[in-house]
Ligand binder design. Structure first.
Ligand SMILES: [Zn+2]
Length: 169
């Protein structure tokens, strides 16, 4: 079992719920919750790529960027990030750069790929190597609430199916 408290599981569950809400708003099924070392929620962010057209608008990027603007770097250093799915290498780099001390995510990349069904040519670059670069400065725990983490993806694909034009033959 991963070493996470009930409070942390609740934050992961919150990220999954936010991802479901994001899907309902026409966004991709990813979300993150940033919590300061004092336990204050600094920001809750979602992936905005589908509407912004900006390919780096991942949930983790948006969360850290907004928290930086609202609270400053001093509040972010040492914070914990709870994510609905395993961060990509880009986000992992930002997480390390911002001094996040703990990352807890739900769906690991293997599950994400099977559920998200990325476009052909997608290559997997596990973020673990990026996190390893930070050494003991960061603790990363994945695979929390895996079953629940599938819900936003199921919602996303069911909405895609619902949007496809009805065929009449
Ligand atoms: Zn990312």
């Amino acid at each position: 079992m991963p070493k996470v408290s009930e409070g942390e599981v609740a934050f992961v569950r919150r990220a999954i719920e936010l991802a479901c809400t994001a899907v309902g708003d026409g966004h991709h099924p990813f979300a993150a919750v940033l919590v300061s070392s004092q336990g204050q929620v600094l920001f809750e962010g979602t992936n905005l790529v589908a509407k912004s057209g900006d390919p780096i608008d991942h949930a983790e990027v948006n969360t850290l960027r907004s928290a930086y603007r609202m609270h400053g770097l001093g509040s972010i250093i040492g914070a914990a990030l709870y994510v609905s799915g395993e961060p990509c290498t880009m986000c992992a780099g930002m997480i390390v750069r911002f001094g996040i001390s703990r990352v807890v995510f739900a769906a690991p990349e293997s599950v994400l790929i099977s559920l998200w069904k990325p476009t052909a040519g997608f290559k997997s670059y596990p973020s673990a190597k990026v996190f390893q670069a930070a050494g003991s400065a960061i603790e990363v725990i994945g695979g929390v609430l895996i079953e629940e983490s599938k819900k936003p993806f199921e919602l996303y694909h069911s909405q895609l199916t619902a949007r496809e034009p009805t065929r009449t033959s």
